[in-house]
Design a protein around this ligand. Structure first.
Ligand SMILES: [Zn+2]
Length: 354
């Protein structure tokens, strides 16, 4: 296996965490062994043959096998990714990423995050007995920071724009000879999030749903879903890849901008605090996942997010505002007729209310 930079095309060994040019790395020369037998049992680690971790010792905290209830009054299935170890879908990615970092010989891991990825990396670093440093923007919410600290990681608050947080984390990595356990730049995290697609297919009796709606910031859900469903299709386990739809926070909607030429004007939606990413490094892949499956992306404002959140809470789904953006996007696409009422739709509920 080798890693290839998406930005400049340079090849790197597996232990590289980011290209010198600043580009994210893709995995080359790995053929996942996707087959029906791997669905026996429970949890993420039953999918080990489909993960690039041969010979690694998995870090286990109960990740994966999240429930997917159908909520009749909302007319959709809700994949409860918030019901994981640290309360978000990021546990899937962190389990695979930190397991890989340990296999690669990392002595210390560093991540930059607004909260959920930081907590997930901190938890798996604790499980793997690795010190962790989490770089966060100064507006990161207190409950999320407390979780990171409770898990034993060191929090570094960085003022200024979100990009500066990433840059500070990278500088720290180089100074400390630490591994940049980013959920964006090395390819391992997305190998973890793709397992959500496996579980959705399984829960649908291997009849892929018509559409999946996810919140979108760095794109690790939607890129993972695209990869996972494509692998299932190639293995003959599902007949088609669902249309993938994204809800983005208004003012932070680069996929909407790419697909539609502009973002709708209006106030920034900052209550979706997990989605405040204006320049995701894997934007091209996010667009490909949405456009390539016949889906779309919508920018959701604060008011709609609040109404969608209240609606989910009334159903007993205790999610955070960033998750409600996906439900709001489903409502939008139904109004527009892009998703029909009689279609089978799954909404990704990415993070727990904190
Ligand atoms: Zn590069």
């Amino acid at each position: 296996m080798r890693l290839r930079c998406r930005a400049c095309g340079k090849d790197h060994p597996e232990a590289q965490d980011i290209c010198a040019c600043g580009g994210p790395l893709d995995l080359e020369g790995f053929a996942p062994a996707v087959h029906r037998e791997m669905f026996a049992g429970r949890g993420l680690w039953r999918f080990l043959p489909a993960l690039p971790l041969a010979g690694a010792e998995p870090l286990r905290l109960g990740e994966g096998s999240t429930p997917m209830p159908r909520v009749a009054s909302l007319g959709a299935w809700y994949k409860c990714e918030y019901l994981q170890t640290t309360g978000s879908f990021k546990d899937r990615g962190a389990a695979v990423l930190v397991t890989k970092a340990k296999q690669l010989g990392a002595q210390r891991v560093v991540e930059d995050s607004s909260g959920n990825a930081g907590a997930a990396i901190a938890a798996y670093a604790a499980a793997g007995r690795l010190p962790a440093d989490i770089f966060v923007p100064e507006w990161a919410t207190e409950p999320k920071m407390r979780a990171v600290q409770a898990l034993g990681a060191t929090v570094h608050k960085i003022p200024g724009p979100r990009r500066g947080v990433t840059e500070a984390a990278i500088r720290f990595c180089r100074e400390q000879r630490a591994y940049f356990a980013s959920h964006v730049f090395p390819p391992w995290f997305i190998q973890g999030t793709k397992t959500a697609a496996y579980e959705i297919a399984e829960d649908c009796g291997f009849q892929a749903p018509d559409a999946v709606v996810a919140p979108g910031a760095m794109g690790t859900i939607v890129i993972g879903l695209h990869k996972g469903f494509e692998e299932l299709r190639r293995a003959g386990l599902v007949a088609h890849v669902p249309r993938l739809y994204l809800g983005q926070a208004q003012g932070f909607a680069p996929v909407v901008q790419t697909l539609h030429g502009a973002q709708p004007p209006g106030e920034e939606n900052r209550i979706a605090d997990g989605l405040l990413i204006a320049e995701p490094p894997r934007l091209r892949q996010m667009v490909d996942a949405v456009k390539g499956t016949g889906g779309d992306a919508a920018a959701i404002d604060k008011g709609h997010t609040e109404r969608a959140l209240a609606g989910l809470h009334r159903q007993g789904l205790l999610v955070e505002p960033s998750s409600a953006v996906a439900h709001a996007a489903l409502e939008r696409f139904r109004e527009e007729g892009a998703i029909r009422k009689d279609e089978r739709v799954v909404v990704m509920l990415s993070g727990r209310f904190k």
